[in-house]
Design a binder for this molecule. Structure first.
Ligand code: NAD
Length: 343
């Protein structure tokens, strides 16, 4: 079995404790990974004086794959988001967030199976904000033909490869006719010219949100520009048990960074109560990605055994507090480890 090198960024807040839990599970499952530890976020700022040190960026560029804990961003002031900076630096334009009902996690819906594809580099995340005149501030929403076309192509190719049936774009092109209009037209064009095999629909986002919470089963893959993707990811997390159970991946042409949808949760940091599952599921996505890109099929087996083990643990009621259980972060990891089957 080959050894794969992956950059590990524990991050801030609950990041280090959920990272420890995930590493313990991966090791117990026999994942042959050499972790190269680097820092980002407040933790990096405190030790090196920079939120995104050059050695962290170099390591991601060199190794191509990273597993990342959440990084804190100050609200309304201070440095700009490390997460956004990372996505921009490596042009990680496609964020993928699978949202699925889990066994043993009771919610209003039983069979949610959605995939959110979020454009990760444009929209209101351009970071261009001005004070036009005292008392008047402005934020610039950017959409480019290249950006809209490449995420549309990425989404339809992904949906085809994963044998999904339908892509729905949520937009506000009735108001933002140019930016959202371009996003919408790019998706329509890609569907018509290149991927008629995938059904395509669109909805104005406000009505789309209402339909999503009424009956998520009417959607399959959701394709969204940056801000809508951010908001809808958390909304969809609420459909399946919360932020503790939604993983994510950020893909560019060369690099990929795997991280949970949730943030650094400062309200529960350091208490051993955070749910490590979303990061563990992100690590499972990473194992599948490594298997695909390096043709090391043994990783598919490791990923499947981890998934089976956490499904079984949840089914048996072994859960963290956010899911109605009473296990701590480390105890949940041990519950999963006990259920891992060995070949
Ligand atoms: P958050 O996702 O950190 O927390 C929202 C709520 O969900 C909190 O009540 C928290 O306790 C709970 N929660 C989140 N993850 C959990 C887990 N694994 N287990 C149990 N409960 C969990 O969102 P926030 O409070 O708005 O943001 C906190 C910080 O995280 C901010 O600085 C924000 O910028 C940052 N953030 C980072 C990322 C990232 O690194 N990708 C993503 C989102 C937010």
């Amino acid at each position: 079995m080959a050894v794969h090198t992956v950059v590990l960024i524990p991050g801030d807040g609950i990041g280090p404790e959920i990272t420890d839990a995930v590493l313990a599970v991966l090791e117990a499952a026999g994942a042959q990974i050499e972790w190269v530890r680097h820092q980002a976020g407040i933790t990096a700022l405190e030790t090196s004086g920079e939120v995104l040190p050059a050695d962290t960026l170099e390591a991601i560029e060199h190794h191509g794959v990273a597993l990342k804990g959440p990084c804190t961003t100050p609200v309304g002031e201070g440095f700009s988001s490390v997460n956004v900076q990372l996505r921009k630096t490596f042009d990680l334009y496609a964020a993928v967030r699978p949202v699925r009902s889990l066994p043993g996690v009771k919610t209003r819906y039983e069979d949610v199976d959605l995939i959110i594809i979020r454009e990760n580099t444009e929209g209101l995340y351009s970071g261009v904000e001005n004070e036009v005149t005292p008392g008047v501030v402005m934020s610039m929403k950017v959409a480019t033909e290249n950006g809209c076309e490449r995420i549309a192509k990425w989404a339809f190719r992904f949906a085809t490869q994963r044998q999904r049936e339908k892509i729905t774009v949520f937009h506000k092109a009735n108001i933002m006719k140019m930016t959202d209009g371009l996003f919408l037209r790019s998706a329509e064009y890609t569907h018509r010219h290149d991927y008629p095999n995938i059904e395509y629909t669109s909805a104005i986002i406000d009505a789309g949100c209402m339909r999503l919470v009424q009956d998520p089963s009417q959607f399959d893959v959701l394709l969204l520009e940056n801000l809508y993707g951010d908001v809808i990811s958390d909304l969809c997390a609420g459909l399946v048990g919360g932020l503790g159970v939604v993983p994510g991946a950020n893909y560019g042409e060369k690099e990929a960074i795997f991280e949970a949808v949730h943030g650094s949760a400062p309200d529960i940091a350091g208490k051993n109560i955070a749910n490590p599952l979303a990061l563990l599921m992100s690590a499972v996505m990473m194992l599948n990605y490594l298997a695909e890109t390096t043709e090391d099929n043994s990783l598919l087996d490791v990923a499947a055994r981890i998934r089976e083990a956490y499904d079984e643990a949840l089914q048996a009621g072994e859960k963290t507090r956010d899911l109605g259980g009473n296990l701590g972060t480390a105890e949940f990891a041990q519950a999963v480890i006990k259920r891992i089957k060995h070949n």
